[in-house]
Ligand binder design. Sequence first.
Ligand code: H2B
Length: 100
Amino acid sequence: MARLLNDEEITRQLQQLPGWSRSEDAIVATIEAPDFPAAIRIVTAVADQAESMNHHPDIDIRWRTTHWLLTTHDAGGLTQLDIELAHVISDAARREGVQL
Ligand SMILES: C[C@H](O)[C@H](O)[C@H]1CNC2=NC(N)=NC(=O)C2=N1
């Protein structure tokens, strides 16, 4: 199982993740896509990579706005998998022209 990150590691790595912030034992971001199909393309792109990673985001989809929450449920907090998945999500958004 992935080990929990400490506060310093989380803070340092969030500096490379614009648009992401810490929320207790998770990191969160909101993505405003140009339209609903673009929002779903982002979700779909992430879904494929999350499945490959076997690490999955919590997603709230509301029209073109998606809210993302990442935490490692098995570990009870933040691990490097969450940081890696955040980069995957940010990259998928960027491919749709959305800069977090
Ligand atoms: C059995 C399966 O490997 C586990 O439940 C995986 C699936 N995806 C997961 N996703 C996330 N975010 N946290 C987990 O602990 C987790 N565990």
